[in-house]
Design a protein around this ligand. Sequence first.
Ligand SMILES: *Cc1c(COP(=O)(O)O)cnc(C)c1O
Length: 373
Amino acid sequence: MTGASVFRLTVDLDAVARNYLFFKKKLVNGADCSAVVKADAYGLGAAPVSKTLFAQGCRHFFTVHLEEALDVKSVLPSPGIGQDSWIYALNGPCGMGRDFAAAGIVPVLNTLGDLDDWRAEAQRSGRVLPAILHIDTGMNRLGLSAADVEKLAENVDGLSGLDIRYVMSHLACADQPSHPKNAEQLALFKKLSAKLGRPFRYSFANSAGVLLGPDYHFDLARPGCGLYGINPYGTGVNPMQGAVTFEARILQIRDITEPGTVGYGATYSVSPPAQCATISVGYADGYARALQAMGTVVIAGEKCKVIGRVSMDTVVVDTTLIKGKAKAGDMAQIIGPNQLVDDVARQQGTIGYEILTSIGRRVPRIYKSAETL
Ligand SMILES: *Cc1c(COP(=O)(O)O)cnc(C)c1O
């Protein structure tokens, strides 16, 4: 854990738990609340996050791939089919139906082909197998099309041997509450679901979808980003609590005594009187090269501008205005209370999701919780 003194990503598991409870409280009509823990819980660590949320009563966990699902399974008390908790894989069985069934991981079926494969696996194993059925209502990304739904509705054996836990769909514009596509997708979801005949349980809302109101809640919500402190709306007042602090060490402070340039390509000119600090974080750690234009890091409570190009392992910032207030060895804040993940996303021209999932593997994750895990 020596890396912790060079840089660290501190994850506040209590904040993650509070964000989960925030969503749970919004679900007024008896809807259950899952946790989307794909991509290692958006980079925070799927194992500790899943354990924390299980302790808060969460029993539904969404991953994307079988490997991710197995990682989550290994830390939960009694996961699997018919057990306490349910672990889903959003990208479907991908030809690994047998492994899914053996491990008790529930695939989201996105195509009629997925359905055929999972039905065949049910037949082969002589078991009724659980699944989530995904219908596309406007993303054009994954899920059965309207024509597929018609076909399935006409096929009396289409779902035989399967226990459809939920019928789900995914919103394209939930982060823009006034976007007309939200109501369109809602109407189409109801219409296509009705074609399947018998009532199922339904799952529709991601983080921002939960905030659209009870019409969007159905039986199981699927928040992800908000759990990790990302603003579901991207901008404006963030209803979520920040869950990560990303800090990196100041390696050197340099007083500029004669005119010169900073970094690769000599793209940034400096002249006295100026001071700059070299920070131990670079694009290999998720501090994107694109941040050379707008990036800031917080030192001694002040935002210091990135100057010159971001290197693989270091970045240089201007500390002229805080001269004397920082020294080598101090930690600079990349993300934290003074600079939210959404602020860094804006500087980089992206979204908080990409910022968190890009934080490098070599950055140690440190977990903070008042509860014993
Ligand atoms: C990633 C994902 C979610 C979670 O979305 P957030 O915007 O992070 O809350 C929910 N459902 C599906 C299908 C997803 O891919």
